[in-house]
Structure formats: C-alpha cells, structure tokens
Design a protein around this ligand. Sequence first.
Ligand code: HXC
Length: 259
Amino acid sequence: MTPYNNILLETIDAVARITLNRPAQLNALNDELMDELSYALTACDANPSIAAIIITGSDKAFAAGADIKAMANLDFETAYLNNFITRNWDTISNVRKPVIAAVAGFALGGGCELALACDTIVAADNAQFGQPEIKLGVIPGAGGTQRLTRAIGKAKAMDMILTGRMMDAAEAERSGLVSRVVPLAELAGTALKMANIIAGYGRLSTMMAKEAVNLTQEASLSSGLQFERRAFHSLFATADQKEGMAAFIEKRKATFKKP
Ligand code: HXC
C-alpha cells in the first residue's frame, strides 16, 4: 500500500479500516484526502483477503465537511472543470464489498454525504449529522439532497438542508439514518464486530445482498425484485450455499470458503 497523508489504512483479519486523519481540521475533506480514500477503497475492493471495509474518523469528528478554506475562493470555472471534490465520489458507492461508516462526533456537509455513500452507518452517541451548506451560500454537492432524502424522507431532509440544523444520534436512529447507536467507547468495537460478522459469511452472498439492497435506490420495484430473484437463484450454484444449508441441518457452524 502507498503511504497516505490524510487517512490511515489498517487491516484487521479480513476487515480493512480506513480512518480519516486530518484532526486539526476535524477531518475536513479536500481533493487529496478524497483521492487517497478512493485509492484505498479501490485497493481494498480488489484485495481478495479483504471482505468488509470500515470508514471512520476521530471521536470528535467523522468529517466536518468539505474544507471550507480550500474552497472559499474557488470560482465556477475551476470547480466545474476540475469536478471539484466530487470527482471521486462514485468510487465510494461503486465499492462492491460492504462498507460500514462508523461515525462519532460531527458528520457535516460532505462528511454526512460520505457516511450516506457507505452501505450502513453505525453511530456513537455523540454523533451529530447535518447538511449546513446553506449557511455557506451553497447546497450539498455529493449526494446530500438525494441520499439523505431517500434515507430519512422529504420532510426531514428539507428541514435539515434548508435550515442547516444538526440531527443528534438519537434522532438519526429514529429517522432511519443510522442502523444503531452505541456509547462512544463502544463504536470502534461494534463496527469491527459487525464487519467481522459480515466477513465470516460467504463472499458471493454478502456482495450480492449489498448489490440487491443498493438497487432499491436506483431501480423500480419490479427491476429490483427481478434482480433479487436472479441473484438468489444464482447463489444455489455456490459452495457456500451447500455448506450453509448443510451446516444448519447438521447443527454445526458453517465454514464459508475463503476466496
Ligand atoms: C475547514 C474546518 C472545517 C471545514 C472545521 N474546521 N470544519 N476547516 N473546513 N469544514 C477547522 C476549524 O477552522 C478549526 O481550525 C478546527 O477545524 C476546529 O474547528 P472549530 O470550529 O474550532 O471547532 P468547534 O467550535 O468544536 O466547532 C465544530 C464545528 C465547526 C461545528 C464542526 O467547525 C463548523 O461548523 N465547521 C464547518 C462545518 C460545515 O459548514 N461543513 C460543511 C462544509 S461545505 P482553526 O485552524 O480555524 O482553529 C461541504 C460541501 C460538501 O461540506 C460538498 C461535496 C463534498
């Protein structure tokens, strides 16, 4: 792996953990950080010994948004021509292995959008989510208006995006933005446990499950159901299906194949 300046990449068994690491700026996102994140995610996705990925930040901030100091003087032409800050974002959602966002502290603007681009969000009890771009004279630019609305519904998304207010962890859980909230001290362990559980299942089934669930964000119900049915049937061609079902019948723990 190449050395990174803005992130840390660790491998814990079959789990890769990427930690955003610009603490002095509360992990504010700039092009260099996003390039590194994109490179690391692509490498983890291609590495057969990695089965699940965690993206996390510090106890104080997952990420406080795009780096305001880096974009304060940006003009339209440069932003457009360089596809400023958003040029790598599709890489995140194109990762085929499950990606968990483990969020403590602030997840604001691009930070909230980064968490939303992951497959699920686990939050610490001090997490604060928000799309405060309106206060800066702009709007969310990396999925906030689209993914947040799909995640929590139009009324709440409009409330957050138009007022710029923050949503705490309890409200985020109530609203369906996060899958679970845990005490801050338990966040890293919970995310790792969750990633390890996923990593212990069959690789084909976890990847196809992710693909099928994510299709709900893009496709019609009938297309999504069609895809799900084909993926479900195709899994009967795998050794993991034979092992998983045999293990149930034989009352033992399944051992899924390592690619
Ligand atoms: C650059 C940032 C930053 C940001 C914090 N910092 N957020 N620098 N860009 N987004 C820096 C501060 O300038 C400060 O550095 C240091 O981090 C600590 O921040 P404080 O403000 O002193 O901390 P605190 O009082 O605890 O307040 C935390 C905060 C506040 C509520 C998160 O920092 C804040 O409101 N930040 C901006 C949040 C925001 O508007 N995000 C959206 C950005 S637009 P110095 O050196 O000054 O002490 C966006 C568009 C996305 O994300 C587009 C697509 C990706």
